[in-house]
Design a protein around this ligand. Structure first.
Ligand SMILES: Nc1nc2c(c(=O)[nH]1)N[C@H]1C(S)=C(S)[C@@H](COP(=O)(O)OP(=O)(O)OC[C@H]3O[C@@H](n4cnc5c(=O)[nH]c(N)nc54)[C@H](O)[C@@H]3O)O[C@H]1N2
Ligand SMILES: Nc1nc2c(c(=O)[nH]1)N[C@H]1C(S)=C(S)[C@@H](COP(=O)(O)OP(=O)(O)OC[C@H]3O[C@@H](n4cnc5c(=O)[nH]c(N)nc54)[C@H](O)[C@@H]3O)O[C@H]1N2
Ligand code: SF4
Ligand SMILES: [Mo]
Length: 665
């Protein structure tokens, strides 16, 4: 029997698509878009379609595995759970619960994936990771400026006269926004793309502005300087609704436009053009996340926010400093799921430096790491240290669907379900404000079990089974408590499969900000000297570290791959993937390289080998290697990247990375 049922994409992505899934005899046959989804309207990307292959792949993990004398051996669930539970009990008794590290990311956007936190809180509180490899610096920056990180609803861009896409790879990473851009263009809006790479979105832009990586904050400052010189600023907004503008003026006086042009490698004329664009309201700004993965990433986003504010584009239809939309995530009562009151002990490692922290931890040392929804061996910076740390602990437990680079190091691998094998609800706080429902559609293969089943079983063995005695529906209801009070219920979601969340469509339109002053804060009121905007530079650049730049003259970006969500799909490609090293034309010309040459890319942290591909119109001295590629295909690119935290401590500096390159035979 064949049926087509509604479901949703679980992947960590801007778009959060609605699906039509074809099922035959308890098997997923095909994944397509749901034409009735209000935002995604039947279109999905290859990563979504490939969830069929991820579900049916013969490489799926089907049984619990234990490493014995260096080899994985199949064991029963009872043995795996009994042994892990006993280990957890003994570690807690002997060293305290924080001798366990929970290392995770957000590979699956299901709300019930947060129940891992409940387990570790009920256990007594483990060492948790804080910050985000993904968007941490920018989120924190917007919290300082506005009080929170809120974006405009997707339709609002159709009201913009000008649209600035600043470091977001829209055509590749955010396809439904790309569709909206095409509509806006038909409406007569002008599109400006600011990016070191001439990406697919740049192809539809009216103007493409190429910038030196990591220098966007300075560029924003240059644009503000021009706006002020031409007296094009919104002085009404500045005087009534902002705090700290004089500090920004002082900063602007400290640097000339010519110097800004030299450092950003953007011409003075281009900066002047952008000043006119921002003053010609409404202009919307859409920042990407690549933009802030630098040591100065928080300051970069704050200076772009300041530009949007000075030009009077905050809180108006068709405007906005759009980065993320935390209104979406905040709609759910995640705290109800996580039982944080039960956490007796607490220790935190930063997500960037988790490996160094594991290696240096005392009182207590880390005795066990549990990995969920993450693949740190490919995704966390400075791979050689990550590998050392994850190999050093006496017990590594990895809950996975596939034998990833991280799983290979494990002492226990617990096989888990894919999204079509369990019920959950899915949302993303990155773009639109709709929540989607994903029912259980097929049985899991072999003995694979959901993460939630695993936590429930372990909780029983550790004596807090009662904390997990709820049905899936009860868990979902718990997360919907506040929404239900507003008349948005889980029953309705199950019926409709997608629901609009009650959020502000044009945030800050009342000019009441969630900051300490209640105003837009150019200077963050309660942050002391940190609260001032700065001429901050990336850690690795010729301006901040000339000797390093002499040795390693090229900027390495490691952006998100087209056909994989991070590391999730490379092993499923019909043709074995190869590591591609994309270089700006000047690098190829200087070193007389051609497409297909085998090259080595290196710095003081590590090296990778790959095949050269010349990137037309990329900013001079820029290289890109898409992230996510596994060791067996030539990765990880994170062998090269730094584990430094961003200026505000909550983000990564993955793209703040200088390298050298040479041809090898
Ligand atoms: N196909 C695909 N889509 C995805 C994902 C995926 O893995 N694959 N991942 C999802 C996730 S988790 C995320 S976080 C989002 C990320 O979505 P994006 O922010 O769109 O993508 P990134 O790859 O993080 O960032 C890359 C963009 O930033 C630009 N960039 C890098 N450095 C700078 C800079 O200094 N200045 C400027 N102006 N631009 C810069 C790059 O050239 C590139 O165009 O994508 C989501 N969508
Ligand atoms: N160099 C470089 N590194 C980066 C980035 C970059 O741009 N450049 N981007 C960063 C960003 S933005 C992000 S968001 C992170 C993403 O980092 P991760 O989230 O670690 O990466 P993924 O490859 O998406 O997923 C990790 C693993 O989760 C598993 N998984 C999927 N679903 C489930 C589930 O339901 N349960 C369990 N237990 N496991 C599951 C998958 O099989 C996969 O192996 O990477 C970061 N790392
Ligand atoms: S990965 Fe993103 S664009 Fe692709 S189907 Fe999933 S939510 Fe949609
Ligand atoms: Mo991300």
């Amino acid at each position: 029997m064949t049926s087509i049922v509604k479901s949703a994409c679980p992947l960590n992505c801007w778009d959060s698509c609605g699906f039509h899934v074809t099922i035959e005899n308890d098997k997923v046959i095909k994944v397509e878009g749901d034409p009735s989804h209000p935002i995604t309207k039947g279109k999905i990307c290859g990563r979504g379609r490939m969830l069929e292959a991820r579900t049916n792949s013969p490489e799926r993990l089907h049984y619990p595995l234990k490493k014995v004398n260096g080899e994985f051996k199949q064991i029963s669930w009872n043995q795996a759970l009994d042994e892990i539970a006993l280990e957890l009990k003994e570690i807690k008794e002997q060293y305290g619960s924080t001798a366990v590290l929970h290392s995770h990311d957000y590979a699956n956007n299901g709300i019930l994936k947060n129940l891992d936190q409940r387990f570790f809180n009920a256990y007594g509180g483990v060492t948790q990771i804080y910050g985000s490899l993904c968007w941490g610096a920018g989120i924190e920056a917007q919290k300082w400026d506005f009080g929170d990180a809120y974006g405009h609803e997707p339709e609002d861009v159709l009201k913009s006269k000008n649209i600035v896409i600043w470091g977001r790879n829209v055509a590749r990473t955010n396809m439904h926004f790309y569709e909206k851009l095409l509509d806006a263009k038909k409406n007569g809006a002008k599109i400006y793309v600011i990016d070191p790479l001439f990406n697919a979105t740049a192809k539809i832009a009216d103007e493409y502005i190429s910038v030196k990586p990591g220098m966007d904050g300075l560029l924003a400052l240059g644009i503000i300087k021009e706006i002020l010189r031409l007296r094009l600023a919104d002085y009404e907004f500045i005087s009534h609704y902002s705090y700290g503008f004089e500090d920004l003026e002082k900063l602007i006086e400290s640097v000339s436009l010519v110097k800004i042009s030299e450092m950003t490698e953007v011409s003075v004329e281009r900066i002047q053009l952008l000043a006119e664009v921002f003053a010609d309201k409404p202009t919307s700004t859409f920042m990407g996340l690549g933009l802030q993965r630098y040591k100065n990433g928080g300051n970069t986003i704050r200076l772009i926010d300041a530009l949007v504010a000075v030009s009077g584009n905050v809180g108006i239809p068709g405007g906005g400093a759009n980065y993320a939309n935390l209104q979406v995530g905040q709609s759910f009562d995640v705290a109800n799921l996580t039982l944080s009151s039960r956490k007796g002990k607490d220790r935190q490692f930063s997500i960037m430096k988790q490996a160094e922290e594991v290696l240096s931890a005392i009182d207590p040392e880390i005795k066990m790491i549990v990995v969920t929804c993450g693949n740190p061996l490919t995704q966390v910076p400075d791979t050689s240290i990550v590998e050392k740390a994850f190999s050093s602990v006496s017990k590594l437990v990895v809950i996975e669907q596939f034998m990833t680079d991280t799983a290979r190091l494990a002492d226990y691998i617990l096989p888990t379900t894919t999204s079509f094998e369990e019920e959950d609800l899915y949302y993303s706080s990155m773009y639109h404000h709709y929540v989607n429902y994903g029912p259980k559609l097929v049985s899991a293969p072999g003995e694979a079990k959901s993460d939630l089943w695993i936590w429930t079983q372990l909780a029983e063995r550790l004596g807090f089974g009662d904390d997990f005695q709820f049905s899936r529906n009860q868990w979902l209801e718990m997360s919907f408590q506040s929404l239900a009070e507003k008349g948005v219920t889980i029953d309705e979601l199950k019926k409709q499969h997608t629901l609009e969340l009650p959020v502000r469509r044009v945030p800050w339109d009342d000019f009441q900000f969630k900051t300490p002053s209640g105003k837009y804060e150019f200077t963050s009121m309660n942050k002391g000297l940190d609260g001032l905007l700065k001429l901050a530079l990336p850690e690795e650049s010729k301006w901040s570290n000339p000797e390093l730049a002499e040795k390693f003259p090229y900027n390495l970006l490691t952006i998100h791959p087209l056909r994989s969500n991070h590391s999730q799909n490379y092993h499923l490609f019909p043709k074995e993937p190869k590591l591609k090293v994309e270089v700006a034309e000047n690098i190829a010309a200087d070193q007389q390289l051609k497409d297909g040459d085998l090259v080595r890319v290196w710095n003081n942290r590590g090296k990778v080998k790959g095949y050269l591909s010349i990137l037309p119109k990329a900013h001079p001295n820029t290289i890109n290697i898409d992230e996510g590629i596994w060791k067996r295909f030539g990765g990880s690119v994170n062998n090269l990247t730094p584990s430094e935290e961003s200026d505000n401590g909550l983000g990564s500096s993955l793209y703040d990375c200088l390298v050298n390159l040479e041809k090898i035979t």
